[in-house]
Design a protein around this ligand. Structure first.
Ligand code: ZN
Length: 223
């Protein structure tokens, strides 16, 4: 009898876990670009206010288990590698929510494009956010024409078009270049490759450029 009861409990637990897994992984599945963007910006508002709600402790462990076999991230974030701009914290999201690609200056190469394409093609994500940030070291180095070694010059070279584009503009040189860099990358991605470009054209995928202020934690969309 005891064995029967134990088996019944085991079976119920299994079904509960299976249900929890499917409902959690599906929570953000298929979220359209506008809803995905609202969710990110609302998360940032909580982050700015110091009122993050994402799970910790046991709830986080539960979420981790639920997502162990599947992921349906509702947004792709292409951001700078800067240690002060962690997208999961900035947007107050958790495990399984966002597909993050990070490089210094959020510069793009084939591997970055391929990573974004994977999220669009295989994970069903509809929103790509290109996130630049205040006082970006990579953009600052490109603006000042810093002499770097190793492969760092490749990063600066990729940022130079934004530096050239904003030369002579009023305001802060670095800040202008940061914003131009994020805008240019977002614009280029819109017409990139056989996976992203047609979906942008059909309206299935949206790409937005955004700017993160280190001083406040706030994310603003760039027009
Ligand atoms: Zn940066």
């Amino acid at each position: 009898m005891k064995t029967l009861q134990r088996n019944a409990v085991r079976i119920l637990t299994y079904y509960w876990l299976a249900f929890a897994a499917s409902s959690m992984a599906g929570e953000s599945a298929g979220l359209n670009a506008d809803d995905a963007l609202s969710r990110l910006l609302n998360g940032d508002k909580r982050f700015v206010a110091g009122k993050s709600e994402e799970p910790h402790g046991a709830a986080l462990i539960e979420r981790r288990h639920a997502l162990a076999k599947d992921q349906k991230p509702f947004a792709v974030i292409l951001s700078c590698s800067d240690s002060r701009v962690p997208p999961e914290l900035v947007f107050d999201v958790t495990v399984g929510d966002i597909f993050v690609v990070r490089t210094a200056g959020e510069v793009v190469d084939e591997v970055v494009v391929g990573s974004i394409e994977y999220a669009i093609e295989h994970l069903g994500t509809h929103l790509i956010v290109v996130l630049g940030h205040q006082r970006c070291g990579a953009v600052s180095a490109a603006v000042s024409g810093a002499a770097e070694t190793g492969d760092i010059p490749d990063i600066l070279k990729a940022i130079l078009p934004a530096v050239e584009e904003t030369k002579g503009q009023s305001g802060d040189r670095i800040d202008n270049a940061v914003r131009a860099n994020a805008r240019d990358i977002a614009k280029r991605l819109q017409s990139t490759g056989p996976i992203i470009a047609p979906r942008v054209q059909s309206g299935e995928v949206k790409i937005v450029a955004a700017y993160y202020t280190l001083d406040t934690g706030q994310v603003e969309l760039l027009k």
